[in-house]
Ligand binder design. Structure first.
Ligand SMILES: [Zn+2]
Length: 396
């Protein structure tokens, strides 16, 4: 891609990313934010409408009684397909630049391994792309497990190891040349919180998801820092735990084993639960409702302390402006607020204690990973080179 072509699309890229972050933003507000003159803005918006990248809608009257318009997705604009591989089953969704999302297919895993059901998910992505000819410009796999590049490394709730996710885009005839991006649910949830959730506006944000184990991401300017192969953020496998305990990841003493449903079962003297997430929700729910026996309250307090101490260690490590927590963590904090707060404070280095970063519950909940996946997809689609390629496509 020649430099001149990229430059021609670079302001367009900024405007489209702003519209994706704030769908329906008034044209006047978007121009101010990008320091565009009204003449340059009119020309740019017209070019993006013509290229099927943007639509304008009347939005009543702006300042000084002038009519104003809001900016949103073009009805025939580019789409991101999300293959959501959740703990309980898979879904395929299509999302547009304006944040509208529609589920187009769903299924269960049964007793199958990834190599057996991934072709089914790939066929659903392919069918979705054929249904919207030429529009799907990125495929994002949102995975409830550890990933590296386009490989699934571990899906701990199901005991899956090593599978190639490349089949989700590479082999589909309907989306030739469309990139496949892969993120785990904790990283993608963090993107959603940093861009449009509880950590919005934070320069550096730490996001943690307690599900089966703990995953997360450090986000700088809304972008996750995930290492060379996207496998970073496995916070649960830091040795904050008991060195006597072996973790399914292969390491010992992992933090994972102190804070999730498996930990609660151990503290209560139960065997390891088949579904640690549901088990954790049940125990925490009973403690919050006040119906649980004292032993259960102590178990939840022990997990909340381990969570608070670990979060403090990560604050010492990353120095974030804000921390967001999701999954079981909001419930753990609500069930044992003093235990969490005391351990968080005690674990902070002294200079952090005067003004510790706030810990907030995630606002996106279970739809966070899909929101974050769309963010990742539109980062790709709205890059200057990708926009130049889109504009050169023969649109029918
Ligand atoms: Zn581990």
């Amino acid at each position: 891609m020649p430099r001149s072509a990229r430059l021609r699309w670079s302001t367009a890229s900024e405007l489209l990313r702003l519209v994706h972050a704030e769908p329906g933003i008034a044209r006047t507000a978007a121009c101010e934010r990008l320091a565009l003159s009204s003449g340059a803005a009119a020309e740019l918006v017209e070019r993006l409408r013509g290229a099927r990248l943007l639509a304008e809608h009347r939005a009543g009257r702006g300042g000084r009684g002038r009519p104003t318009t809001s900016l949103g997705a073009h009805p025939r604009g580019p789409l991101t397909a999300v293959a959501d591989l959740g703990a309980g089953g898979w879904r395929v969704l299509l999302g547009d630049l304006g944040g509208a999302v529609a589920e187009v297919a769903a299924g269960s895993y049964g007793d199958r391994y990834p190599a057996e059901f991934l072709p089914e998910v790939a066929a659903a992505v392919d069918a979705a792309a054929r249904g919207e000819p030429g529009r799907v410009r990125a495929v994002v796999a949102a995975v409830a497990g550890a990933v590296s590049g386009t490989r699934l490394l571990q899906f701990s709730t199901r005991g899956w190891h090593e599978a190639n996710l490349g089949v989700l885009a590479g082999g589909t005839a309907a989306v030739p040349g469309v990139p496949l991006l892969v993120g785990n649910d904790a990283t993608l949830g963090g993107i959603a919180e940093a861009r449009g959730g509880a950590a919005r506006g934070a320069g550096a944000a730490l996001h943690l998801l307690v599900a089966v184990g703990v995953g997360g991401a450090l986000l700088v300017g809304g972008r996750p820092v995930t290492g060379a192969r996207g496998a970073g953020g496995e916070y649960g496998h830091l040795p904050f735990g008991d060195p006597a305990l072996a973790c399914p990841c292969g390491a010992r003493g992992c933090w994972d084993l102190l804070v999730d449903g498996r930990a609660l079962a151990r503290y209560r003297g139960d065997p390891e639960p088949a579904d640690p997430l549901a088990y954790g929700r049940d125990v925490i729910g009973a403690v919050r409702s006040g119906t649980a026996p004292a032993g259960d309250r102590r178990a939840v307090e022990t997990a909340a302390r381990a969570l608070g101490a670990g979060v403090a260690g990560l604050v010492n490590l990353h120095d974030p402006d804000a921390v967001t927590v999701a999954g079981l963590a909001p419930g753990l904090r609500a069930a044992a607020p003093e235990a969490f707060a005391a351990a968080y404070r005690a674990g902070l280095m002294a200079f952090h204690r005067a003004d510790p970063p706030p810990v907030a519950d995630a606002v996106h909940g279970t739809d966070g990973p899909v929101r974050g996946a769309l963010g990742l997809g539109f980062d790709e689609i709205t890059g200057p080179s990708a926009l130049a390629r889109w504009a050169a496509l023969p649109h029918t």
